[in-house]
Design a protein. Structure first.
Length: 247
């Protein structure tokens, strides 16, 4: 598959992730009488990844997340030559989704005021539960590390040319389901702490389009912590499976 095909798949997949996840938070979470709430938003994020992983994962690998791309590179599953183009495509998709949501919200009953910070991530006063910076960093690192380990585990075909370990270890066809459910669980745990990022593109799109000063000033956290977590998860998985093979 040509690189431009893979980049469009990453663009569209990330657009869908942000449109579905952040869109559910802004449009449906608190809708009068029938709002979907925290649980609904959590499932929305998981379902976006599940559906796009099945739809375009065979084209691009279905990263939709700069931290995952970086983690997979550290895990020996992804080429460094394609890393920067993938990240650009992912951030562009997130920004496009945030812009679409801003247009929808602006044309709603509350006008431009409804945009707010577009469900941006944050700490301190910007955290839904008012958690401080340390709590947010720990949460984002741990959640992203676990997410990366799940991704590497359920996509491990045993092909050593792409970082595989044990032939036939992962059941074919079920990876998107496990990955989507893992992201749902991550949101169920961490929305109160940081509004859940584990994805620098998801954080960047809403922050840039809303131009919220707090979200922009805190954006560095939601690049640094998920990337650190993804690297830890990749290295931990490689160490774990290396030890298992030796045993």
């Amino acid at each position: 598959m040509h690189l431009h095909n893979r980049l469009f798949a990453e663009f569209f997949g990330t657009l869908w992730l942000v449109l579905g996840g952040v869109g559910s938070a802004k449009l449906a979470a608190a809708f009068p009488d029938v709002g979907i709430g925290l649980v609904g938003v959590s499932f929305a994020f998981g379902l976006t990844v599940l559906t796009m992983a099945y739809a375009v994962g065979h084209i691009s690998g279905g990263h939709f997340n700069p931290a995952i791309s970086i983690g997979l590179w550290f895990g020996g599953r992804f080429s460094f030559a394609e890393l920067i183009p993938y990240i650009i495509a992912q951030v562009a998709g997130a920004c496009a989704a945030a812009a679409i949501l801003a247009i929808i919200l602006t044309n709603g009953p509350d006008g431009a005021a409804a945009i707010g910070n577009l469900a941006s991530n944050g700490y301190g006063e910007a955290s839904p539960g008012k958690f401080n910076l340390i709590a947010v960093i720990i949460t984002e690192v741990v959640m992203t590390a676990a997410f990366l380990m799940v991704i590497m585990g359920v996509t491990d075909t045993g092909d050593s040319s792409v970082g595989g370990t044990i032939k036939g270890r992962a059941p074919a066809g079920f990876a998107p389901l496990a990955i989507g459910m893992c992201l749902t669980l991550i949101h169920l745990i961490s929305i109160p702490v940081s509004n859940t990022s584990v994805n620098p593109a998801r954080s960047t799109g809403p922050a840039l389009i809303s131009m919220d000063a707090t979200a922009l000033s805190q954006l560095w956290v939601f690049w640094a912590a998920p990337i650190a977590g993804a690297i830890i998860g990749a290295l931990a998985y490689r160490a774990l499976m290396g030890a298992k093979q030796e045993a």
